[in-house]
Design a protein around this ligand. Sequence first.
Ligand SMILES: Nc1ncnc2c1ncn2[C@@H]1O[C@H](COP(=O)(O)OP(=O)(O)OP(=O)(O)O)[C@@H](O)[C@H]1O
Length: 617
Amino acid sequence: MAKSKQKPQNNTLILQQEENKPQEQAENIQTQQEEEEEEKSFEELGVDPRLIRALSKKSIEKPTPIQRVAIPLILEGKDVVARAKTGSGKTFAYLLPLLQKLFSDMPSKKNLAPTAFILVPTRELCQQLYLEVMSLIELCRVQLKVVQLTSAMSASDLKTALAGPPDVLVSTPACIQKSLSNGILQAKAIQDSLSVLVLDEADLLLSYGYEDDLKALTAHVPKRCQCLLMSATSSTDVDKLKKLVLHNPYILTLPEVGDVKDDIIPKNVQQFYISCSARDKLLHIFALLKLELVQKKVLIFTNTIDMSYRLKLFFEQFGIKSAVLNAELPQNSRLHILEEFNAGLFDYLIANDVNQSIATGQNDKESHGAGKKSKRFPKRKLDGEFGVVRGIDFKNVHTVINYEMPQSAAGYVHRIGRTGRAYNTGASVSLVSPEEMNVFEDIKSILGENGGEDSKFIAPFPLLSKNAVESLRYRAEDVARSVTKIAIKESRAQDLRNEILNSEKLKAHFQDNPKDLDLLKHDKVLSKKEPAPHLRDVPEYLLDPTTQEASKIVKLARAAMGNTNPVRRKGFKGKFRSKNPLKTFSSEAPKRAPKAGMKRKGKDKDDGQKLKKKQYV
Ligand SMILES: Nc1ncnc2c1ncn2[C@@H]1O[C@H](COP(=O)(O)OP(=O)(O)OP(=O)(O)O)[C@@H](O)[C@H]1O
């Protein structure tokens, strides 16, 4: 297959890879697009007015570069591979034309399988995507049936979901394979009905272990089916998938995606680092948060689940409320934590993004051990379909903190990509210990650093002075000592038990009230030891003027961005109390967590204790 010449455009590089098309034609496409595409509106791209109105209700007015190029091609029915950085709007780039096609060619009543499959690597993405599609359809007031499959579904659930059949199916490849092998989905029906196949987050599909599932499916994908492949990075896995499913695709690559520096990280994300010993990391993160030197909301990454709980327990002693998200929690809880965080119910989320099943080589993607209970104690199996970072659209994250460095540049890119989404700005702060310097140097060089020199792209964090850090050392170290291994173990087990109980109730409740979120709090206090009141505030005499100034600047910037209040979802509160099946929990329903530094009265001192009582009576 001959590759055509590469030619950079304003925002997009198009590589034409069609065997049958002469080079000349490829270039014509480039030139034409070069002139026209730059400032096109959704309307000019040919997007259906109903979809444009729906986007407008989501405050989305103009297309992103990848959308400008991809939408017309997909509307024309072309196979497309789109590679664009995280947060560049790839989802709408395929979803808008896909839905538009379904609006105009209403699927045939004779279809025995869905018209469109959207395959993603994790359940979190399935859920997020499903909600996105549903919300567009509702806003457009069009009758289309969309379902998501999860591997927790029994054969009869799958059968019910696929009855009809739905027009759009959102799933992981494993669930499709399960349905095929159970005879719930017929290969012949797929051959007759499938018109569009989307592989989203394609760079991750193979690394999550779906190669065999995909091969089994692609054997039945008809030649006429339009195939779309979306990816944040380019890799051999993407190439493999491309060969597996696509016929003469148009390859769209934003120039940012590649192997040069200011590439895959959005330009609107400022990257910083702080160099400190592993032992001093707690002290530094405490200073960053307590002195308010970073903008909220903050997403904090660790490499182990225990470290996430260590941080949470440490923060609690200073009145900083946070929630932990990890692969061992039940799926409903994880989805709910994500939704609450996105809705602005708490400001600090501590996430662990190491995919243990991949790390240990164990293929656990069909397992739901986290949701199973042994008689005495929940069995801690990790969920291999869990994807906390990859592709998840965290809303309004202004700062990403790498409390521990990721293992690879790709991991770094995916973590940092959770802020600065679309046209927003964001910042990242990486705490780098001497032991992590090698991986940090690798990341810098892969991102285009010129060896050894101080980074222009990942700069030293300027707002935290040595004095400010040292003034907090005593209290930070004192509290750090109290967060023992046993305390971490107990809290982790307690959180898991709570969440398993919650998860059952959540599942039942959300089946009836899919929009209710305000049910359970995930940022509840886990410490047995009550936080000492004097630790909640940093006394004035400990603050040096430079730090106070820095903190003011951050606050001013936040105010200028209109980010002083947490984002709350419309219609979020009080709608369901009367028929809330979680009555036992309603008294625990999230009051706003007190702002850091605000004193609380004795009554709501220990939410963890109260919750425990309610749950175990
Ligand atoms: N044209 C647009 N204008 C403003 N915001 C947009 C636009 N298109 C998408 N968005 C928003 O940008 C955010 C990121 O979009 P999306 O999740 O599609 O990015 P992505 O490229 O798929 O990222 P990732 O590779 O991390 O999955 C979403 O919140 C989405 O609603």
